[in-house]
Design a protein around this ligand. Sequence first.
Ligand SMILES: Cc1cc2nc3c(=O)[nH]c(=O)nc-3n(C[C@H](O)[C@H](O)[C@H](O)COP(=O)(O)O)c2cc1C
Length: 338
Amino acid sequence: MNHINLYRPVKIGALEIPGNLFLAPVAGYTDRAFRSICAAWGADFSFTELVSSEALVRTANKGLSRTEQLLVRGDGEKRYGIQLFGSDPLVMARAAALLEDFSPDALDINSGCPVPKVVKSGAGSALVRDPSRLAALVSSVVKVCETRLGGIPVTVKIRSGWDSDSINYRETARAAVEAGASLVSLHGRTRAQGYGGKSDWSHIADLASRLAVPVIGSGDLYTPEDALRMLGQTGCAGVMFARGALGNPFIFSAAKALLTGASYTWPETEVRLKTALRQLELLARDVGESLACREMRKQACAYTRGIAGGRGIRDRIVHAQTIAEYRELLLSSPDSAE
Ligand SMILES: Cc1cc2nc3c(=O)[nH]c(=O)nc-3n(C[C@H](O)[C@H](O)[C@H](O)COP(=O)(O)O)c2cc1C
């Protein structure tokens, strides 16, 4: 009866976000087409996937590359942040300055990516072992944001630590905030865990109770109920859906309903498959039909999880090469015709 409304605004520096449901950066998925779809289903803020500061600087003035296409604001996307990775404060500053024309609402610094190539370069989760370098990156990007990007906030996304013997999210977060970060997202796994095992939400609760800036929780958010539990148990300011949103952008509206004390129902199969098709059409506008059809396969498969006849659709989607073939497959399934 006495439902506490856990759907709340979040303030990131001077930026006010009306709600606390975030789309996490997910490489290979959170391109502008998917971000647009998530915004339409209620994501309050979304992040691009990680983008290499070195690559941005190297390819500057060579036309809009595929990477840069990922960075353009999506249709209907009211608020979004671009996530950069790198280890050199000067390169990060130059890359940040190049993002002026995209007019993002925030810049995020990746301090969690476990991929060996990224870590070897001193970036991503290597930064949790080197908080002073993270601080140097943050302050150099903050300076550029103040002088060139209208004072937009800088945020960081960190992990709990390098491994279970070196849990140091407090130190990492403190270094980032002292250097000027306006929000910290914490993925409660260590680098050693990769994406397996469990995200330790007690770390999120602990950090949320200590930091003056908002903490956004990440890890193991697969259902609206997970979001409710994380907000209730940890006191974090917001939650960030990652794998839970893939093929399921509807999770945002469902979670919003649940957090505000209302009930929710999942959309009918027809709506789900039409949404997948819409995402493909948006993607095709950016990258052309042929590449969009290839890139969309894994995402379209995710949309068919758990629906009647889903297996059959998935088997055929992997061969689909045109939007017309997708349309035929997605909209003529026995379930979607009802
Ligand atoms: C395929 C994949 C790609 C990811 N790419 C990024 C990324 O580009 N930047 C980032 O900060 N985190 C990235 N993440 C981490 C997610 O943002 C999130 O923190 C993590 O998946 C935990 O949330 P979940 O357990 O709810 O999926 C990625 C995760 C996955 C599974």
